[in-house]
Design a protein around this ligand. Structure first.
Ligand code: MN
Length: 289
């Protein structure tokens, strides 16, 4: 198997609060001249870990629109409640995933779960934006609430760790998420002092996101907490070695090879489509909460 070489390590791109509930580090963002190596993944925000005191207030972010892509929220600690203008909604907790397809557009709100907010505690989650191919951007919106119990967890041999398959396939286990293009989303734990070879599809984009710990790639560069590595499209085998226990996300997918034009909560293919999205939102065509 030809080695898939690491192209670039991205350091935290920005550090900010989303509303008053999500202290995020942006580890991946589109429009940095490397879109081809991360397509169809647009953006990844790592929220927390952060300790919240108990409150009777709602913490989070109020109604806002999206069009043209999907938001994938993976909760590690705490609870997230979501409600959108298509009528979908739900609460997810540790290990659960919310896969929201904004497509032609919706308005949603994202808050901490009420019980979690009242008791306070540790909060940690990831939100990943996955682009849609042009032909699916104006489909009706969709929502998949995926529970921890529905996500297969593959134990790796020799105590190497564990892979939760959220989307795509790993070692014969299929993830529950329905995707529009071929994508793997693997939520992995690597145990200290172990080595692991993973194979991804030759020609697919690959993003290695280190949430905790440190991971050495292909016997060379080491990625630390809150760093993302972008790989070359060619090649398929990646060698990982973790000196510490590590928590990582390994994302891979077929690049879309379409122009990416985005502004705020909208990601389309042309500026004209962005202007249309803004005016459709203003005219209430994405619905109301
Ligand atoms: Mn949102």
């Amino acid at each position: 198997m030809p080695t898939k070489q690491l192209h670039r390590v991205l350091h935290t791109l920005s550090n900010h609060w989303v509303g008053d509930g999500f202290p995020v580090r942006t580890l991946l963002a589109y429009g940095n001249g490397l879109d081809e190596l991360q397509s169809p993944f647009l953006l990844l925000d790592y929220a927390g870990p952060h300790q919240f005191p108990p409150t009777t207030q709602r913490r989070g972010v109020g109604p806002h629109p999206h069009r043209g892509f999907e938001t994938v929220t993976i909760v590690y600690d705490g609870e997230v409640e979501h409600r959108d203008s298509s009528g979908a909604g739900g609460k997810i907790g540790p290990g659960d995933v919310q896969w929201m397809t904004a497509a032609s557009g919706l308005v949603h709100e994202e808050f901490h779960g009420r019980e979690f907010a009242q008791r306070g505690g540790r909060f940690e989650m990831v939100q990943l934006w996955v682009n849609l191919p042009a032909k699916d951007k104006m489909n009706p919106p969709g929502y998949q609430g995926i529970l921890n119990s529905q996500i297969p967890a593959v134990e790796l041999p020799d105590g190497q760790g564990r892979v939760r398959v959220i989307a795509g396939e790993f070692d014969g286990a299929s993830g529950p998420a329905r995707t529009h293009t071929p994508i793997n989303v693997w939520d992995m734990r690597l145990n200290a002092g172990r080595n692991l070879d993973v194979d991804v599809t030759d020609g697919h984009s690959t993003v290695l996101v280190v949430l905790k710990g440190e991971v050495q790639v292909n016997g060379a560069q080491t990625l630390h907490e809150a760093q993302a590595g972008l790989f070359e499209l060619a090649g398929s085998r990646i060698h990982l070695a973790s000196a510490t226990d590590a928590s990582i996300l390994l994302l891979s997918g077929e690049p879309l090879d379409e122009p990416v034009v985005g502004q705020g909560p909208f990601v389309m293919n042309t500026m004209q489509e962005i202007r249309q999205a803004m005016s459709d939102y203003k005219d209430g065509k994405m619905g109301k909460l």
